[in-house]
Write a protein that binds this ligand. Structure first.
Ligand code: C5P
Length: 227
């Protein structure tokens, strides 16, 4: 039988990765955070001076793609997947505001998407997985057995991201974050290359007022109903 593939798509900062990690633990399958992959390429571009006020130096970035190696490593200490760029832990660096402010522009580039979609499909060759992102149910795995489309109000999403960053000791302004959340939704939904949109066969999960456990229970029920 085909390995189980669960696609979790939706708006920015609505807790897709939390839900996807919970599903992975419950079903003992692999979790892949595709946003981290777009963020890693963005960090690489920033660090190598490929992004400035004029925009992104696309030819330079395209040439560098073969030198960008993204890997995930499970940390037993924190029970988290840690993102590595060319062997260096970049997990914290890719969550900051500078990367968040540039990632939608980088992820709108066709060659970046084609490159990452190829890598993402390879990850499912021998294993079941749950993958979160924006185009998993529509582009990466249109045949996924279960597709979830997550959303929540922008204010609730900004509040969650704000709490997450402040807990890490980052000094951030709530309105900057709210603006970033709204702006990323807009850029992600209106770009020409695989824009964020709900797959026709995806189930909507608005988690504005749902606990973590309630979300997991709901998804497990949907999965049982599919079988
Ligand atoms: O999921 P996360 O918020 O970390 O994703 C960061 C950004 O990466 C998104 O705002 C979007 O621009 C881009 N992205 C994407 N396609 C995916 C995952 C993320 O375009 N599958």
């Amino acid at each position: 039988p085909q390995p189980l593939i669960i696609a979790v798509d939706g708006h920015s900062s609505c807790g897709k990765s939390t839900v996807a990690k919970d599903i992975a633990r419950e079903l003992n399958i692999v979790y892949v955070d595709t946003g981290a992959m777009y963020r890693a390429i963005t960090l690489f571009a920033i660090r190598n001076g490929m992004i400035d006020s004029n925009g992104i130096n696309e030819p330079q970035l395209e040439e560098a793609l073969p030198n960008i190696h993204i890997t995930f490593n499970f940390s037993p200490a924190t029970k988290q997947n840690i993102t590595f760029l060319n062997g260096i832990n970049i997990e914290d660096d890719i969550r900051g505001l500078e990367v968040s402010q540039n990632v939608s522009a980088v992820s709108a580039i066709g060659f970046v998407r084609r490159h990452l979609v190829t890598l993402q499909r390879q990850m499912a060759q021998n294993t079941g997985l749950v993958m979160d992102g924006r185009d998993i149910g529509t582009v990466v795995f249109p045949m996924a057995q279960l597709k979830i489309f997550m959303t929540a109000s922008p204010e609730i999403r900004a509040k969650r991201r704000y709490d997450e960053l402040t807990a890490k000791g980052e000094k951030v302004d709530f309105n900057d974050i709210l603006q970033n959340v709204v702006q990323r939704d807009h850029l992600d939904s209106t770009r020409a290359e695989s824009p964020l949109k709900q797959a026709v066969d995806a189930l909507t999960l608005d988690n504005s007022y749902l606990s973590r456990q309630e979300q997991l229970d709901w998804i497990m029920t949907q999965l049982k109903n599919k079988n």
